[in-house]
Write a protein that binds this ligand. Structure first.
Ligand SMILES: Cc1ncc(COP(=O)(O)O)c(C=O)c1O
Length: 463
């Protein structure tokens, strides 16, 4: 066992060292993928080596290519870091190496999912009777939610999609805002509904669905199996769809409402922001992420469904060799997700929630939004720079010039090592895009990052 203990000690020391320097380190790594591959390249070794040698090689070879996305000055995608508690619980998860398929395969894994799941519903304003699948992220959560939706809306029209498939069945209408997240489109491809099934509702300038237009879109086609995809938190602007209105209209048309709330559903955890998700409890399914705003390590998302029996009918399966899947047992674990064998994802989420508590989670969400506003104020004070969105949440869109200028400014910021942010195209215009989602970002980090933008703009726009 001593080789294992020594190896774990090295790993713990490396993790601690890495995280302690995250606050100060350059954000973008020096090495490219191909440089790293070239340094690693060799044909598959015929013989193995000791754990000590494996670790040495792993750490030395990976270090130059590690992006400090877990740190406080990374503003790309919508990424959180990981709180200490969530990280340590994730390390424990790997060590315990549980099969979280069902309660027979690992009672602890399922119990922690049960408890963390009910805490999540409480925080996010989702009915306590909803089922929760611990999935890999919001893409998976949207896929699970829309799979349940597809099953039920077709059932309501006398069609069993699980048995019959889609061929020959009624056409499923999928109605979504023009600025839905691209994972909705991918889900439609995966589910065989196809992107062309989408009927788009016009959006307001901030990207939120124009809820007043939804009724007209629903009336414009033949009544039939219908799914409405709403969104809490636009990936560019942070804008929220009006869930209250959307659910009311959708219900008049007997449509299923799925809410993609990858990061925006966390507004429900803040008394200052909760009004953005008014009506959230009226939807039928919801997708949300742990690895964004809850700052749980990656591969952490949640698929909620108001009708557990539909959720399980869409996702569950059994086989003769499986124990613990008998009918009548409580649903759980593998009944609500895409995978069969899977990691015990509940421990890390439980640890994040347990360590922060209700007030700590609210503080993380509020602080990120305050930091986003500070970022916006700092940027607006730079000559030739303008924030173009209303910073209602943690997302900031910034005009710095035409498309080539914007891309060059983004690259210069990335290369500075002071901050990392990307660019996006929003309503035809190339803009810098900032997401403040890390629990550890401070005012000093924001001010340093504003400085990095100012320097890059000065160098690129006025060489
Ligand atoms: C609104 C929205 N939906 C879905 C996703 C996809 O999430 P994930 O990368 O966790 O699958 C994102 C990612 O940023 C998002 O912002």
């Amino acid at each position: 066992m001593s080789e294992l203990r020594d190896g774990l000690a090295v790993a713990v020391a490396e993790i601690a060292r890495y995280r302690e320097m995250l606050g100060e380190s350059e954000v973008a790594p020096p090495a490219t993928r191909s440089e790293l591959v070239a340094a690693l390249a060799q044909s598959l070794p015929a013989e193995g080596v000791s754990l000590d040698e494996v670790l040495n090689e792993l750490v030395e070879s990976a270090r130059p290519g590690l992006m400090a996305s877990a740190g406080p000055r990374y503003f790309g995608f919508v990424t959180g870091g990981s709180t200490d508690a969530a990280l340590v619980a994730d390390v424990m998860t790997a060590g315990w190496d549980q099969l979280a398929f069902n309660e027979i395969s690992s009672p602890a894994s399922l119990a922690f999912e049960d408890v963390a799941g009910s805490w999540l519903k409480d925080l996010l304003g989702i009915p306590s009777s909803a089922s929760v699948g611990f999935v890999t992220g919001a893409q998976a959560a949207n896929t699970v939610g829309l799979t349940a939706a597809r099953l039920q809306v077709l059932r309501d029209h006398g069609w069993d999609v699980g048995r019959e498939g889609l061929n020959g069945g009624p056409t499923v209408r999928v109605v979504a805002g023009g600025e839905r997240h691209a994972t909705i489109d991918r889900t439609l491809r995966l589910l065989g509904l196809g992107e062309n099934a989408l009927e788009l509702v016009p959006v307001r300038p901030d990207g939120a669905m124009d809820a007043e237009a939804l009724d007209g879109v629903l009336r414009s086609g033949a009544a039939g199996p219908t799914i409405v995809c709403a969104q809490s938190g636009n990936v560019n602007t942070g804008a929220f769809d009006d869930l209250q209105r959307i659910c009311a209209v959708a219900k008049q048309h007997q449509a299923w409402v799925h809410v993609d709330g990858a990061f925006g559903l966390w507004a429900g955890a803040s008394s200052n922001l909760r009004h953005h998700v008014d009506g959230v409890e009226l939807a039928d399914s919801w997708g949300c992420d742990g690895h964004k705003w809850l700052n749980v390590p990656y591969d952490s998302g949640y698929a909620f469904c108001a009708r557990p029996e539909v959720h399980a009918a869409a996702m569950g399966y059994t086989a003769n060799y499986l124990t613990g899947q008998e009918q009548g047992r409580n649903f759980g674990g593998g009944d609500f997700v895409l995978e069969s064998s899977r990691r015990a994802r509940g421990f890390a989420t439980w640890a994040a929630l347990r360590s922060l508590g209700r007030s700590g989670i609210e503080a993380v969400v509020d602080r990120c939004c305050a930091m986003a506003r500070r970022f916006a104020e700092g940027l607006n004070a730079i000559d030739g720079v303008a924030v173009v969105n209303d910073v209602v949440l943690n997302q900031v869109l910034v005009r710095v010039g035409d498309e080539p200028t914007t891309d060059r400014v983004a690259l210069a910021i990335q290369e500075s090592g002071d901050a990392w942010l990307g660019a996006t195209t929003w309503h035809g215009e190339r803009l810098l895009r900032i997401s403040v989602s890390n629990w550890s970002t401070t005012s000093e980090d924001i001010d340093r990052s504003v400085g990095a933008v100012a320097n890059a703009v000065r160098r690129i726009s006025r060489p």
